[in-house]
Design a protein around this ligand. Structure first.
Ligand code: FAD
Length: 588
């Protein structure tokens, strides 16, 4: 038998971004000490730190008429009515308190003149609802949560990668992981497991806003454990990734990186190569601040119809604002471009859509629990809050709101039960040992294909077959192509346990699961809705107001099915009926 370390813990939290950290804090505050948080990277280095523009909550700093029901209505509307209303209401109702709490814990929010938490406009929201810390909101949020977690002495294990959950298909018993520093295997024996391992948008090509994380670990681990995934076909293409000259070594590494929505929120305008402010044609009322799917498609159309810029983008221009205003409100963006020799107060920059966020993920109940008992999935790993299109600022909100709700739910259970789960012997024999065998044979495999080549092959496949504008034949040929990539995966050249290529070799497996679930769901949805735009089915069909689910079929392969969406509560329905809408022209 292959040797491993064993750690026994009541609650194991996989992932230490906003969602994992906030869950751990809730547990500790409620007296649950027997918990362990772990992550693939160092403490404080999660994808959450990349979030820039802000975090939503109906505080009403500038617009007192705003409230959580209108926030919920905006979210449902822009999610094209396939969000789960209950989850949306949970998040929007929680957020004013969650923002006040972050303020109390010392988050360095940008302030109004009288010291309140400032709020800015973000796309397709009726009011100024996005609280922010300059344009480094995610970093400030995670710093705040990490400090709070350290005050509460919550244990954190860094550089540990989970490769498999220990599940019998009905309930979870823990997880298998590798210490990426020493290459040692560990089995975590746990009563409750929380997957807060981020999203899957990096399964797309070089046009992505982050690629060393977000490879779908969370979704794939849950799927392998027997849980179902939902809404996987909805991948958000952020309208403004950097469009650069890739032959220029100074710029190449910035290709696809995000130019935060806050640039448009602070007044940035989009122009095509003919100098036309083209959003006037696509969205005369909301202009550049229409929902992300609308703006991204408008940009893609301008480029496809020959009105794009030299580097296949359009221009984003905020030079009508003073340098001091830009430096104060968008300090990181200002600096990034200054370092590249561009002064945002003088010149426009080139932007094009970039893959950014997976709205889909693990299917969970109102507390974040999956169909596998005691396995929770939250933050970007879960599905249901964003539907067909996410509002900017809502995903940081989801991390802290669900962290609180899930932590509270688990605390209720753990305090009432004997925290003593043991992994059944049959799972040690039939799951853990075979999995460790697989990992051993993956290490030092001397196949033909370089791991990073295979990694990029999947990203390119997704970009080509399930991109912003899709159709049945592109999606179906993508499914066929997966077989070819699968054969490359079985023939890779991999370094030892703990090496970077070993880590990415595991990720490649996760990405294949995600890729297949996106393609199969996209093939099924024969309509256009939000981020899923089909050039062969351009209309939104009321008969498709459903969620698509995928799970492992008993006979092998992937099983898909659909379920109808629930109705919102009367309070939120009333806000929808009232029909609030952002008036962009307030900004000018
Ligand atoms: P993450 O922060 O991704 O954390 C995942 C954690 O899981 C990490 O600790 C990681 O190490 C760990 N992990 C992953 N896989 C494994 C594994 N196999 N084993 C062990 N650990 C693992 N949202 C907003 O609301 N507002 C914004 O302004 C905004 N701006 C953004 C800008 C950019 C450039 C990007 C990329 C995203 C932005 N987002 C924004 C989205 C937002 O940042 C994320 O959705 C959110 O931070 C996700 O948090 P999380 O806690 O769910 O996961």
């Amino acid at each position: 038998d292959i040797e491993y370390e064993q750690t026994d813990v009541s609650v194991l939290i996989i992932g230490a971004g906003g969602a994992g950290a906030r869950t751990a804090i809730e547990l500790a505050q409620q007296g649950v000490d027997d918990q362990l948080v772990l992550g693939k990277r160092g403490h404080g280095d999660a994808h959450t730190t990349w979030a820039r523009g802000g975090i939503n909550g109906a505080l009403g700093t500038h617009d007192p008429e705003d409230d959580w029901t209108i926030h919920a209505a905006d979210t449902l509307n822009e999610g094209h009515f396939i969000c789960d209303p209950e989850k949306v209401e949970t998040v929007t109702q929680q957020m004013p308190d969650r923002l006040r709490e972050l303020d109390e814990w010392g988050m360095d929010f940008s302030r109004t003149e009288d010291g309140g938490v400032d709020q800015r406009f973000f796309g397709a929201q009726s009011f100024r609802r996005t609280a922010f810390a300059g344009d480094h909101t995610g970093e400030s949020l995670l710093d705040t949560l990490v400090s709070r977690a350290q005050e509460l002495e919550i244990p954190y294990e860094e550089n540990t990668m989970i490769t498999r959950l220990i599940s019998d298909g009905d309930s979870v018993h823990g997880a298998v992981g590798i210490d990426l520093d020493t290459g040692e295997f560990t089995v975590f024996n746990a009563n409750t497991v929380v997957l807060a391992a981020g999203g899957y948008a990096a399964a797309y090509s070089r046009h992505t806003s982050r690629d060393d994380e977000n490879n779908g670990d969370g979704a794939a681990l849950a799927y392998d454990a027997g849980a179902s995934l939902m809404d996987m076909e909805f991948v958000q293409f952020h309208p403004t990734g950097m469009a650069v000259d890739e032959s220029d070594s100074e710029w190449a590494e910035w290709s696809g990186r995000l130019v935060t929505e806050a640039v448009r929120g602070e007044g940035g305008r989009l122009y095509n190569s003919e100098g036309e402010r083209f959003m006037e044609r696509y969205s005369p009322d909301q202009m550049e601040l229409d929902a992300r799917d609308v703006v991204a498609r408008a940009i893609a159309k301008e480029i496809a119809e020959g009105r794009g810029t030299e580097n296949d983008g359009v221009h984003l221009d905020i030079s009508h604002r003073d340098a001091s205003f830009i430096e104060e409100r968008l300090p990181r963006m200002y600096q990034r471009f200054a370092d590249l020799g561009v002064d945002l107060a003088e010149d426009p920059v080139e932007v094009a859509p970039t893959s950014h966020y997976g709205m889909g993920g693990v299917s969970v109940d109102e507390y974040g629990e999956t169909d596998i008992d005691d396995l929770f999935a939250i933050g970007e790993t879960m599905a249901g809050v964003h539907g067909a299109n996410r509002l900017g600022g809502n995903s940081l909100a989801e991390t802290v709101a669900y962290g609180t709700v899930t932590g509270d739910r688990i605390a209720d259970r753990v305090t009432g039960s004997d925290a003593n789960n043991t992994i059944p012997h049959s799972l040690r024999e039939n799951l853990i040992q075979p999995h460790l065998d697989e990992l051993r044979s993956l290490a030092n495999a001397d196949g033909e294909h370089d791991v990073m080549t295979v990694f990029e092959e999947i990203q390119t496949l997704m970009w080509e077959h399930a991109r912003l504008l899709r159709d049945q034949s592109s999606i179906e040929s993508g499914i066929d192509e997966l077989e070819r990539v699968q054969s490359m995966v079985s023939n890779m050249n991999v370094g030892p346990v703990g090496s970077e290529s070993f880590e990415f070799a595991i990720d490649v497996g996760f990405m294949l699961t995600v890729a297949e679930s996106v393609l199969r769901s996209a093939a099924l949805r024969t309509e256009s809705r939000g981020a899923h735009y089909r050039i062969d089915h351009t209309e939104t069909e009321s008969s498709w107001q459903k969620n698509i689910y995928v799970e492992q079929a008993d006979i092998g392969g992937m099983r898909t099915w659909t379920e109808s969406v629930d109705t919102p509560s009367p309070a939120v329905q009333a806000a929808l009926d009232e029909g609030h809408e952002l008036d962009y022209h307030q900004l000018e």
